[in-house]
Design a protein around this ligand. Structure first.
Ligand SMILES: Cc1cc2nc3c(=O)[nH]c(=O)nc-3n(C[C@H](O)[C@H](O)[C@H](O)COP(=O)(O)OP(=O)(O)OC[C@H]3O[C@@H](n4cnc5c(N)ncnc54)[C@H](O)[C@@H]3O)c2cc1C
Ligand SMILES: Cc1ncc(C[n+]2csc(CCOP(=O)(O)OP(=O)(O)O)c2C)c(N)n1
Ligand SMILES: [Mg+2]
Length: 623
């Protein structure tokens, strides 16, 4: 990446500094991208995008040639999740564009800022079913935050600049820019500044003296059993420090969504762990017993709430959320504070401070509220102490999750593998520099349970769409965004086979990531549901795989098979310290299950626990 920065610097010094210059649409494309700070794009060429590719080498932007356009979209997504910047992918018209669709939808459902550039047939051919013509703006309308069809070179700069602004502002999301071939080939006068879009403000500024703020503080003051629901919005907002300070100041325990993992340090005494369908039992019980939920940048997904009618029945709810359409969508809330989480907390904090001051000094006068409206009791009183104790009792001895202490019973569980990868990162002092990209399925849930994420942007996983095949390309994007980090791809034997072709991209780009395939011979999550709800009818869930180590070797990547628990630690160490990528095939217990589990339609507290006969313990409080 240093080389890319140097190339860009050299280019910057020779490129027109200001004033309009006549350029082709293709040149304008790369010029805008470069000035938007893009260093790398992920893509695959073809007829309708060839003018753009022709102009690419002169731009100084690095292009990663993928093996399938789905991989390009996931790499751009992984890049964005790991860096916080906008990821960019590029493809040709027709099949190139449609191959992006799953990746775009994945980014949409998790609010990831990605700009997708596609080539389109020439404007004179639009609507004629020309070769490789497909209405990609029509197809992606419901899965993009916004999209554009650009048919003239002179419209390109503005469309692209606005695409970046829309992708990264407010609630982030993917934006697609479809550019006809003649728009790439035609010329226009280009001036970057003239193409500046108006600043995008998705919501009015929240006022400090608003009734909502006042009501939120009243609810906090009245609460003795509060829980913060920490979501992905914390990471989008960059509000990790504010949330930590808030939780500590008012002594409020923090439950985390799958996509919020890492936003709050797992080892913090107030950290409860993951909530929801496969969350920890004490977390779900705490939510069900809470008298106040403070939802910070999370959208009450059905995987999080269980049966809505029975969700947190005793709790008042405060929702801090940037997207007004999320308010009262799934869970009816008592107070909605619309805005960027960091801004809202920074506005709320001095008000609470003032309230607390007034509560301690009833005679003090207020600058913003009449003295009658001030509460008599403080927020964050000693009352939460009893609540924290109660939760600690529900939790029992959490150390049993540290399964490394359990005797080896001859079985290799996925949990062992995940635990050892975590231990390896911890022992190397690199937890803050270890990024895990997971695929979708049982291994994804075990990762969430057994890898304790201490730092933000260290877990990259497809939560909303649940896209199998995501892990390997997302890990590649993450490693390119954060070359200083150890990046692990943890995938199931099913999902890995969906995008394994990107192993070749790893080699061509000389990327060092560690690939752990959790091989249970099954589409494990489907098998678990068949076991629980379909009378063990394992229809089409056993899956055959190639020898993954030989597959890696065919690409020139070393690898290892692991069948016994004692081999896990040395193999994981070998992979982390290897000079190249490394692929591990972990042959794990075939019919293991993820527990706890909430059955569809069940309430959050009605968790199915790990069966007693299993040699693996679930939690200390198993009866
Ligand atoms: C097999 C499987 C099992 C799963 N099981 C679980 C489970 O047990 N538990 C679980 O938690 N999840 C689970 N999930 C994931 C789940 O489907 C959702 O993806 C996840 O719960 C969403 O988390 P979130 O609401 O924090 O993030 P998102 O869906 O990304 O929502 C983030 C919210 O934050 C808002 N926001 C964005 N930026 C800001 C900002 N600057 N300020 C304020 N708000 C902002 C957004 O508008 C949005 O409403 C599972 C997924 C799979 C595939
Ligand atoms: C593209 C796609 N197709 C189908 C599914 C449905 N699905 C969810 S989990 C799963 C099984 C995953 O199997 P594997 O990759 O082996 O992981 P495991 O559950 O065994 O850990 C399937 C088929 C999906 N999420 N994504
Ligand atoms: Mg599997």
């Amino acid at each position: 990446m240093e080389q890319i920065a140097e190339r860009q610097e050299a280019r910057r010094s020779t490129s027109p500094s200001s004033g309009p210059a006549r350029m082709t649409g293709a040149q304008i494309l790369w010029e805008v991208l470069q000035r938007e700070g893009v260093e790398v794009v992920f893509g695959y060429p073809g007829g309708a995008i060839m003018p753009a590719y022709d102009a690419l080498p002169a731009s100084g932007i690095h292009h990663v040639l993928v093996r399938h356009e789905q991989g390009a979209a996931h790499m751009a997504d992984g890049y964005a999740r790991a860096s916080g910047k906008v990821g960019v992918c590029i493809a040709t018209s027709g099949p190139g564009a449609t191959n992006l669709v799953t990746g775009i939808a994945t980014a949409m459902l998790d609010s990831i800022p990605v700009v997708c550039v596609t080539g389109q047939v020439s404007s004179s051919l639009l609507g004629s079913d020309a070769f490789q013509e497909i209405d990609i703006t029509g197809i992606t309308l419901p899965i993009t935050k916004h999209n554009y069809l650009v048919t003239r070179a002179e419209d390109l700069a503005y469309a692209l600049r606005e695409a970046f602004e829309v992708a990264r502002s407010g609630r982030p999301g993917p934006v697609l820019v479809d550019i006809t071939k003649d728009a790439q080939q035609g010329t226009a006068l280009f001036n970057f500044e003239d193409a500046t879009p108006p600043a995008y403000r998705p919501h009015p500024m929240l006022r400090a003296e608003s009734a909502e703020m006042h009501r939120a503080i009243e609810l906090m003051r009245a609460s003795t059993k509060p829980v913060i629901l920490a979501g992905h919005g914390i990471i989008h907002s960059g509000a990790e420090r504010e949330v930590l300070a808030f939780a500590e100041r008012y002594q409020i325990p923090v439950a985390t969504t799958l996509l919020g993992l890492g936003a709050f340090p797992a080892s913090h005494p107030l950290a409860l762990g993951m909530m929801g369908m496969h969350g920890e039992s004490w977390v779900n019980h705490a939510i069900q017993q809470a008298d106040l939920l403070l939802a910070f940048g999370m959208r009450f997904d059905d995987r999080v709430t269980g049966n809505l009618a029975q969700y947190a029945p005793n709790a008042k709810k405060i929702h801090i959320e940037i997207d007004p359409s999320e308010i009262n969508k799934n869970v009816k809330v008592d107070v909605a504070l619309i805005g960027d989480l960091k801004e809202v907390l920074n506005t709320l904090e001095p008000l609470i401070h003032n309230f607390n001051y007034k509560a301690t000094n009833p005679d003090a006068s207020s600058s913003t509220q009449s003295s009658e409206s001030w509460p008599k009791a403080k927020v964050g009183r000693d009352a939460t102490k009893a609540w924290l104790r109660e939760i600690r009792n529900m939790k029992g001895d959490a150390a049993v999750r540290d399964i490394i202490n359990l005797p080896d019973n001859g079985h290799l569980y996925a949990a062992h593998v995940i635990n050892d990868i975590w231990q390896e990162a911890k022992a190397a002092g690199r937890l803050d520099k270890t990024i895990i990209a997971t695929d979708v399925g049982q291994h994804q849930m075990w990762e969430a349970q057994y890898f304790k994420h201490e730092d933000t942007r260290t877990l990259i996983t497809s939560g909303g769409l649940g896209t199998m095949g995501f892990a390997l390309p997302a890990a590649i994007g993450a490693k390119i965004a954060r070359p200083d980090c150890d990046v692990w791809c943890i995938a199931g034997d099913g999902g890995f086979q969906m995008t394994a072709a990107e192993l070749s991209t790893i080699v061509q780009e000389n990327i060092h990531i560690n690939v752990a395939v959790i091989n249970n011979g099954f589409l494990g999550m489907v098998r678990q549901w068949q076991e629980a709800f379909y009378d063990k009818n394992y229809a089409c869930s056993p899956i055959l795989s190639p020898d993954f180590v030989k597959l890696a070797e065919a690409h020139g990547i070393p690898g290892a098979h692991v069948t016994e628990r004692k081999q896990v630690t040395p193999t994981v160490t070998k992979a982390r310290t290897a000079p190249t990528a490394f692929v591990m095939n972990f042959s794990v217990e075939k019919e293991d299950g993820v527990y706890p589990m909430i059955a569809p339609g069940a309430a959050l507290h009605e968790m199915v626990r790990r069966p007693q006969k299993d040699p693996l313990l679930e939690t200390a409080e198993d009866e």
